[in-house]
Every structure is written in C-alpha cells, then in structure tokens.
Design a protein around this ligand. Structure first.
Ligand SMILES: C[S@@+](CC[C@H](N)C(=O)[O-])C[C@H]1O[C@@H](n2cnc3c(N)ncnc32)[C@H](O)[C@@H]1O
Length: 242
C-alpha cells in the first residue's frame, strides 16, 4: 500500500460524532500504524474534540499535533491557515512518515479536512491519500432518537444553518426530510423557517450527540427558546408529527 514516492501516506479519519465506540475498526487500525496524528483545534484554547473522542484508541507514543484553525468568516485569513497547515503536514510526509488527520463525524461533511484535501492534492497530485468515512452527527442523532431519516423514494436535504432558514424556505416543498447542521448562531431564523414551512411539529433537535451530556429535544420549540449552542443539529421529517 506504500506510495511509490518517498512521501508517507496521508489518512483522513472520521472519528464519529462523540462516542468513542463509534469509530470504525479500520480507522483504529490506521491510528495504530501511523507515525504522527494531526487534528484541528480552536485557535482560542487549543482544544480538540476529535482527539478526545479518538483518545481511547490512540497509542501513547504517537505524537498528536494540534493545528489551530481560526474560527473566521474572513476567507483570506482562513486560506492562509489552511496553506500553512498543509505545509506542516507535508513536512512530515516528505520525511516518509505516515500521517492521519482526525475529523469529527465524517471527514467529507462540512469539515476542515476538505480544504486540506484540496491543497494536498494540488501540491502533491501523486500523494497517497485515503479517507476513512466516519458516522456523521446526524446519522448518530437519528439513531439516538430512533428516527427514520428516509425510506422508500423519499429525499433528504442537508443544510448548513449558518445563514438561517432561507434555503429551507426555498427548497422545503421539493424534499421530504431535512437536516440542519451548524444550527446555532441563526437558530431563531431556522425555527421561524420550520414554522413557516409547517415542519415544526415534525422536527427534533439534538445537542452534543453521543457525549455524556447529550440532550434530546423532541419538542423543537423548547430548543428554539434556549441560547444557541454550537453542537446543535435539527432533523425534520415532512408530515411525520411526533
Ligand atoms: C463543522 S460541522 C461538522 C460536521 C461533521 N463533519 C459531521 O459529519 O457530522 C459542525 C456541526 O455539526 C453538527 N455536529 C457535529 N457533531 C455533533 C454532535 N456530536 N452533536 C450535535 N451536533 C453535532 C453541529 O450542527 C455542528 O455545528
């Protein structure tokens, strides 16, 4: 499986949404074989949830390098940090080391990993890059609430809630189930949009899914009345009142 170049291999690992028991066996095997592990951390406090989740599966002697990504909407600032971190990872790979990058949930769903992937591919098209999928937050939330996401010929719309509920207003009539990730800053507009599209009664919310302090809101109105929290998602099934 080694790449023919002198570079080591790069693995994007989905660690799942919170419960260390939901990390794929394949991911654990890779984490036990790589020379260095990377993860994104907040530039404010060096904290990485992905490392906490993967913690029980990490070997003690393998270095874990936290890369501080600024939480910013400024594209230039964000681009500079992705480029800088791509170079940091490449420095290790160029020494022939295998490296893994941990991501919360699945690496290809609203994740910093996507940006690294693009830059690494651009810089080193021959690099061995392998993405190991993880269980997404909304799959885990559906499981935690025994909610069927889609069945038969139904469709599922996955939305970012960063800009509120406008996409839901636009697309609601065309889809069956809807999932909002990043349902925090603009949660009040998301709630208004759920009301306007008659999806309120069929909606539920999950906060910190899979963690010991997980909260489930079968009545979404209750969640809508609280201060927004980052680890919040909303699932709504059309016509399925609870
Ligand atoms: C940047 S996205 C990452 C999504 C992740 N890659 C996935 O596959 O689920 C962050 C958003 O995902 C949702 N999220 C991720 N993990 C969560 C969890 N354990 N509980 C609730 N929501 C979660 C929240 O909506 C949060 O704002």
């Amino acid at each position: 499986m080694k790449t023919t170049s002198r570079h080591g291999r790069f693995f994007g690992i989905g660690v799942g949404p919170g419960d260390p028991g939901l990390i794929p066996v394949k991911a654990v095997n890779i984490l036990n074989s790589v020379d260095v592990i990377f993860c994104a951390s907040s530039s404010k406090n060096n904290h990485s949830l992905a490392v906490n989740i993967a913690g029980p599966h990490l070997k003690e002697n393998v270095p874990v390098r936290k890369l501080a990504f600024p939480m910013t909407m400024d594209k230039d600032t964000a681009r500079r940090s992705w480029l800088m971190h791509t170079r940091t990872i490449l420095d290790e790979l160029k020494q022939g080391k295998d490296a893994a990058f941990l991501t919360l949930g699945d690496p290809l769903i609203y994740s910093t990993y996507g940006y690294l992937l693009r830059y690494l591919k651009q810089d080193q098209p021959e690099l061995h890059i392998e993405t190991v999928p993880g269980i997404t937050s909304f799959q885990a939330a559906a499981a935690a609430t025994n909610t069927i996401l889609v069945e038969g010929e139904e469709s599922l719309l996955l939305l970012s809630g960063v800009h509120g509920g406008d996409k839901l207003r636009e697309l609601s009539s065309k889809v069956d189930s809807v999932v909002f990730l990043k349902a925090y800053k603009n949660i009040s507009d998301i709630c208004t949009a759920l009301e306007e599209t008659a999806r309120m009664d069929a909606a539920l919310g999950v906060v910190r899914c899979g963690f010991t302090d997980q909260e489930i809101f079968q009545d979404i109105r209750e969640l809508c009345s609280l201060d927004p929290r980052y680890w919040t998602l909303i699932i709504s099934r059309k016509g399925e009142e609870k």
